[in-house]
Design a protein around this ligand. Structure first.
Ligand code: HEM
Length: 188
């Protein structure tokens, strides 16, 4: 007898993350990796013509990410009593704290850059239409704040993402508890 694979539900359940959470998670993962790839190449090779697609897309992709993380945080809140729980103990507490920090950084990093764009003396139009007008005089502290923190926190987020992927790898290899399948598998 052939058993059909269980369908992934739209909303989260205590067993698995649903379709909306998965779409947000994997879309954002791809866009965040794009940001790091571009900025990483720029850090290694400096300002080069062939890096234009990466550098030119950084602000629009980052602005889209800010919108997506707001949606994702609201969706997580509305599903908070109805999604897979972490185990108790130290590892479970570390997972909860790590995920909260990921959310915070995903909000603050593009948020700081957008604040700088708001305070700048240049029009901010990442998608071809004006989002922030030019300020005369520019709001200096927004540039100072983002200049000090945006990139630094960005690299810290990269380290945290690496830790996140490593932990999923450990769950798969050592504990074989189906952690990855909650976000990627067909367990309904
Ligand atoms: C989650 C979204 C974002 C991530 C992960 C991210 C990450 C980064 C990283 C790692 C750097 C390199 C810093 C360095 O060279 O050491 C950087 C630079 C930069 N980013 Fe972003 N960024 C994001 C969103 C944005 C947004 C929305 C804007 C514009 C509104 C923006 C504007 C810039 C600018 C102008 C730089 C170069 C100057 C600087 O380092 O502050 N970024 N970003």
């Amino acid at each position: 007898m052939i058993h059909a694979a269980p369908r992934v539900p739209l909303r989260d359940t205590p067993q698995v993350y649903g379709k909306v959470t998965r779409l947000l998670h994997w879309t954002m993962a791809a866009l965040i990796l794009w940001q790091f790839l571009g900025m990483g190449l720029r850090a290694i090779y400096g300002r080069q013509d062939w890096l234009a697609p990466f550098v030119g897309s950084h602000a629009p992709v980052g602005t889209a990410l800010f919108g997506l993380v707001v949606l994702r945080a609201l969706w997580a809140l509305s599903n908070r009593r109805n999604r897979p729980a972490h185990d108790g103990g130290l590892l479970g507490t570390a997972a909860t704290a790590g995920h909260a920090l990921l959310y915070l950084l995903m909000l603050v990093i593009p948020g700081l850059a957008l604040l700088r764009a708001w305070g700048s003396d240049r029009v901010f139009a990442p998608f071809g239409f004006e989002i922030f007008s030019a300020k005369t005089p520019p709001v200096e502290w927004t540039g100072t704040l983002a200049g000090a923190l945006h990139g630094e926190l960005g690299w810290f987020l990269l380290a945290l993402v690496a830790g996140h992927v490593l932990m999923v790898g450990l769950h798969q290899a050592l504990w074989r508890d189906g952690t990855l399948a909650r976000m990627a598998g067909r367990r309904g």
